[in-house]
Each structure stands twice: as C-alpha cells, then as structure tokens.
Design a protein around this ligand. Structure first.
Ligand SMILES: Cc1cc2nc3c(=O)[nH]c(=O)nc-3n(C[C@H](O)[C@H](O)[C@H](O)COP(=O)(O)O)c2cc1C
Length: 367
C-alpha cells in the first residue's frame, strides 16, 4: 500500500505453494519469502497445495445459488484453505511455470476461489472478505523472463476479479542455475536469494514489494544467453551420466557443479575485458585425459569463448589433472599456489602466463 503502514491491517499472509515437487526452487524461494514475513512481524500461513486434496472446480454454479452463495458443494481440503484465506490480509501465490502458465494445482486453487465472487450487483459481496492484496512468485527454467508475460497478465486479471491489489511480482527465471555459484557473476548469485527474503519483509512492513526488489529477484544469473545455453546443455549431459535420480536435487547439484563442462565456460565468461584489451590469444586447458577432454579458451576482441577439444597451436597450454583444475576453477585451491607446488604447469607464452591472473581475477583465486 503506498505509504500506509500495515499496523492496522491483518498480519496473516496466506502463502500457497503450488509446486508439486518438494524441495525445488519454488519452495526454497517461497521459504525465504516466508522467513522475511516472519522476521518483520507478519504471520505466514503456508499451504503446500500438492499435499492437500483440492479437486477441480466443477463449474456447477451452486456456489452462486441464493441461500448457499459463497459455499462450494465439494467436501475436500479447499474448505479449510478458504477459511485460512478469509482470515488473511494478503495472498502469496507461488507456482513453478509449467508450459508458460501456473502449475495445475495452482490453477485449481485459483478456480476454487470462485465462490468468493459476487454473482450480481446487490448479491452478497463475498469478495469483501479475505485478503486485499496479492503477490505472485513464479519460477521457471528458461532464461527469458518475458515468457512469463501471459502468466503475469493472468495474475493481474485474477487479482482484479477477486478484489486484490497486486502487491508484488517476483519472477525467477534460470531456476536451475541457482544451484551453481557463478564465478562470472558471484554478487548476483547471492543477491537473488536476499531479494526473496527482503520481499517478505517488505510485504509485512510496507504492504507491498518494491520495484527494486522485484528487479533483484529476476536478475539474470548467467552473464549472457551463450553461457546459459552451454550450462543447460552441460547440466543435462552430466545429469544423464551421473545415475543420480533427477528428483534428488542436492546430489545432482554436487555431480554437476564440480565439472569442467560448467566451470570452464563460466571462467571464460568471467574474463575482465579491460585487462584483455588488444589481446588475441588461445589458451589450452589440458587435464591430461586425451584430446576430447581438453578445452581451449579463445580471447579475441575483448571477449573470451570456451570450446571443447584440442587446438593445434595454442599460445599457452595449462596442464594439471582434472581434479586440480576443478579445485582451482571452483575457488577451492589458489592457482598461483598450485603453480608453485607444481600441480599446475604451463608451457608457451611467458607474458601471457603472467597476465592470466589479471584476465581472470576470480577464476584462479581461492574464494
Ligand atoms: C511439466 C513441466 C512444464 C514446464 N514448463 C516450463 C515452461 O513452460 N517454461 C520454463 O521456463 N520452464 C518450464 N519447466 C521447468 C520448471 O519451470 C523449472 O524446472 C522450475 O524450477 C520447476 O519448479 P521447482 O524447482 O519448484 O520444481 C517445466 C517443468 C515441468 C515439470
């Protein structure tokens, strides 16, 4: 609410989590939001929709009949959820994006709010009860946030129909990238989660989420489309090799995060363009397990691209075993120290070798 403190308003916030998957990104970000609400004196009431029995609206219109207006004929968990809804000051609708829209269970929940609509002028105004504002949390795998445009429009129109003022739209694209700490954008990585926490605080304190926080929640994690595409391809390739069940997010994260197929393109993307001014060079990364396990970094025109495979005439070749490269690129081992210890070796252009630390200031330093 613009400027108006929320003191006199109802403190409970009904947070409906429409993610069918437990422990996924929607639930994680929604947890942070709830924590923010709680820390600021609000009372989040969380409902995991997929754990409840909520049947689809039958479209029978019985809930509009005189004498029983506002009540659904179906006897399932929606009756209890509707009671929580009517007690709340705000609604938070959190959903993963499924085919550019709400998940089915989220949509079913929204449909079952139909008894709250007033059928005609003069009929009981059911919508006057319950929350007066709504926040959307939508989480998708793709990078392009505009793919959620129709979902956002649906949220706005639904809010209007239910008499709810839109109080925040938190869109999180590139969801799977949240599990990987990016060398090329480490600050963004942390600020996204912080934004969901702040958003909860703001809803409790100010009655709405600020546009800055909305932007912070949506901030791209990958520096560009090319890095997103290479990460996504590598993610599913490594996942397929790993034999980890895809539902086990933590084990999958471990399997994927520590692989050169993610780490090398991220390193390339992190190059400092200023430090590379005027430089045209090829750097070979050789983990010593055959040509198909090698990588080469092509530095040209202030950009660095990573390509899998060998190169016939690199200016500089870096040699170490796969584990040492992984430790260096993930920030667990300092590259200079690895060089002194002899576990990281190089041959080729001496000047380029000494310039590496300036080109990749975060890529070779322990974090
Ligand atoms: C049935 C299904 C449909 C999906 N459709 C889309 C889509 O249209 N756009 C998109 O970016 N991601 C799509 N995804 C990916 C999910 O949005 C993404 O994995 C998200 O993180 C899932 O939420 P969760 O992590 O809470 O499970 C889809 C996933 C599933 C299972």
């Amino acid at each position: 609410m613009d400027g108006a403190p929320a003191e006199t308003e109802k403190k409970s916030v009904i947070v409906v989590d429409g993610a069918p998957r437990r422990g996924g990104y929607t639930s994680e970000l929604t947890d942070l939001f709830c924590q923010g609400v709680l820390e600021s004196g609000g009372e989040p009431v969380r409902v995991a929709l997929s754990e409840r029995d909520i049947r689809p609206c039958r479209g029978c219109w019985r809930c509009w009949e005189p004498g029983r207006a506002g009540r659904c004929v179906q006897r399932d968990d929606m009756g209890e959820i509707l009671d929580l809804y009517l007690e709340a000051g705000a609604l938070v609708l959190a959903s993963p994006v499924y085919f550019f829209s709400l998940s089915a269970v989220s949509k079913t929940f929204v449909e079952r709010l139909y008894p709250l609509l007033a059928p005609r002028r003069g009929a009981p105004e059911h919508r006057k009860r319950g929350p007066d504002r709504a926040v959307l949390i939508a989480v998708q795998g793709h990078r392009d946030a505009e793919l959620m445009d129709s979902l956002v429009r649906t949220f706005e129109l639904t809010s209007r129909a239910l008499g709810l003022a839109p109080a925040g739209v938190l869109l999180r694209p590139e969801s799977h990238m949240l599990d990987f700490s990016m060398t090329s954008s480490p600050v963004v990585d942390r600020s996204v989660r912080a934004a969901f926490l702040s958003a909860g605080r703001q809803l409790a304190l100010d009655g709405r989420v600020s546009p800055e926080t909305e932007r912070a929640a949506s901030r791209p994690l990958c520096r560009d489309d090319a890095l997103f595409e290479s990460h996504t391809e590598a993610y599913w390739e490594i996942a397929a090799e790993s034999e980890v069940p895809y539902s086990d997010r933590e084990r999958l994260r471990q399997a994927v995060a520590d692989d050169l197929r993610l780490l090398v393109p991220d390193l390339a993307s992190s190059m400092d363009a200023k430090a590379a001014a005027g430089l045209e060079a090829v750097v070979l990364i050789d983990p010593g397990a055959g040509p198909d396990k090698r990588w080469h970094l092509v530095v040209s025109g202030g950009r660095c691209t990573a390509a899998r495979g060998d190169h016939p005439s690199p200016d500089l070749a870096l040699e170490a075993d796969d584990r040492t490269f992984r430790e260096i690129l993930s920030g667990r081992t300092d590259a200079k120290r690895a060089m002194s210890a002899g576990s990281l070796r190089w041959r080729g252009d001496d000047d380029l070798a000494t310039r590496l630390w300036r080109l990749f200031p975060r890529g070779g330093r322990s974090r």
